[in-house]
Design a protein around this ligand. Structure first.
Ligand code: ZN
Ligand code: ZN
Length: 350
C-alpha cells in the first residue's frame, strides 16, 4: 500500500466513480450488503453508457428508467451532475480516514493480500471489482481465494468451476494489464476432519497460493483438532493457515469460542513447513488472539496479514491486522505480505 494513506479509490471524477466510492466507504464499515449492492449495481449499469449519456439522463430525469437505478442512486447521480459533489458522499468521506489508531507503519509496508472472496463463492462482488479496488489501494497483488467444494453454504467451487475461474483470472489480468498489479490464483481450501484438503492435488498444483482453513467441527476435542491441523499444515501445497482458532468476537454472526488445540505443536509444524500463520484482519474474527500470535512468534513462524475481504471495501481491513502485528512486535521481515511479489511467489511455490 502506498505510504500516504488513506488512499482508497477517492476523488470521484464521474457518477460511476462516485457510486463506487460510496460502496467502498460503506463496505469498510461493514454496512449491510444489500444496501451496498444498490450502489455497485447502479455503477455497473451506468459504466457502459458513458458520462455524457448519463448526464443527459440526469438532467432529463430519466435515470430511473434504467435497470438497477432506484430513487436514491438516481438522486446521487443527479446531484453529481449538478453540483459535482453528492452530499451523501461528502458525509461518508468524513469516515475515510484510518480504520484504527496505530499500525500505520506496518500498513504502509504491506504489498498485497493472500485471502479474498468474490461472488463466485460467498463474496458480494465480481472478481474484476475486487481486483480493481485492490489495484486502487496500491496493492501489488491480490490472491483470489474462493471456497472449496464441501463448503456448500458458501457456494464452494467444484474443480470444474475452479478451472473456469482460473481462465477468468487470466482474462482479468489481461484487461487490467501492466506489471504493477497481478490478480493471483488461489483458494481457501477446507481442512477436512482428517487434515486432508478439500480439493484435488491437480487443481491445488495450478494455484499460486493455498490458504487452508477449518470451517467445520470447530468444537472438536483438542488432540484430534491438533492432529487435523498439523496434518493440513504438512500438506505440500498449504501456504497459509487461515484464521486458526475460528473464533468470532463480535458482529452479526454472534460470538464463537476459539477452538482448542496444542498451539505449540501446530505452530511448530507451521515453522518447519514454512507455512504462514494468518493474522486474519476481519474485525469480527481478529484471529489468532494476541497470546497465540505470541506463541507463533516464539515458534519462529512466518505470518501473513490478510483481509479475508468478502467485498471490495473490506480489502481495507488490512489496517486492523497491521495494527495488531505492529503492536505485538512481529518483525516485518517475517510477514510474507510485505515481501515483493516475486519473492512471495517463490515462497508459495516451493
Ligand atoms: Zn474462512
Ligand atoms: Zn475466507
Amino acid at each position: 500500500m502506498s505510504a500516504d494513506r488513506p488512499a482508497p479509490p477517492g476523488g470521484a471524477v464521474d457518477p460511476v466513480a462516485a457510486l463506487r466510492r460510496i460502496a467502498f466507504l460503506l463496505e469498510r464499515r461493514l454496512a449491510d450488503t444489500y444496501r451496498i449492492k444498490a450502489y455497485r449495481g447502479a455503477a455497473a449499469t451506468l459504466l457502459p453508457l458513458g458520462a455524457e449519456h448519463v448526464a443527459a439522463r440526469a438532467r432529463a430525469g430519466t435515470l430511473r428508467e434504467l435497470p438497477g437505478i432506484g430513487a436514491k442512486t438516481a438522486s446521487i447521480v443527479e446531484e453529481f451532475v449538478t453540483t459535482g459533489v453528492p452530499a451523501y458522499l461528502s458525509e461518508l468521506e468524513k469516515t475515510a480516514g484510518p480504520l484504527v489508531e496505530g499500525g500505520a507503519e506496518y500498513a504502509a509496508a504491506l504489498r498485497g493480500d493472500l485471502h479474498s472472496h468474490s461472488d463466485w463463492s460467498d463474496g458480494g462482488s465480481p472478481i474484476e471489482e475486487m481486483a480493481m479496488t485492490a489495484m486502487e489501494l496500491g496493492h501489488e497483488y491480490l490472491v483470489l481465494t474462493d471456497h472449496s467444494p464441501r463448503l456448500t453454504v458458501a457456494n464452494g467451487l467444484s474443480s470444474a468451476r475452479l478451472a473456469q475461474q482460473l481462465e477468468v483470472v487470466d482474462a482479468v489480468n489481461g484487461h487490467l494489464g501492466g506489471d504493477d498489479f497481478r490478480l493471483l490464483k488461489g483458494i481457501e481450501v477446507d481442512i477436512l476432519d482428517d487434515g486432508s484438503l478439500d480439493q484435488t492435488d491437480t487443481m491445488l498444483e495450478r494455484l499460486d497460493v493455498v490458504v487452508a482453513s477449518v470451517h467445520s467441527k470447530l468444537a472438536m476435542e483438542a488432540a484430534a483438532m491438533t492432529r487435523r491441523m498439523v496434518a493440513a499444515v504438512r500438506q505440500p501445497r498449504t501456504n497459509v493457515l487461515g484464521h486458526c482458532t475460528g473464533r468470532l468476537v463480535k458482529g452479526n454472526r454472534g460470538i464463537r469460542k476459539q477452538s482448542t488445540f496444542d498451539a505449540e505443536a501446530v505452530f511448530a509444524a507451521c515453522a518447519e513447513n514454512e507455512v504462514a500463520v494468518e493474522i486474519n484482519s476481519r474485525p469480527e474474527r481478529s484471529d489468532p488472539p494476541d497470546e497465540l500470535i505470541e506463541v507463533a512468534l516464539e515458534a519462529g513462524c512466518l505470518f501473513s496479514i490478510d483481509s479475508d475481504a468478502h467485498a471490495p471495501g473490506q480489502l481495507d481491513f488490512l489496517q486492523y491486522g497491521a495494527e495488531r502485528a505492529q503492536r505485538l512486535g512481529v518483525p516485518l521481515e517475517r510477514i510474507v505480505t510485505t515481501w515483493p511479489r516475486e519473492r512471495l511467489l517463490g515462497w508459495a511455490s516451493r
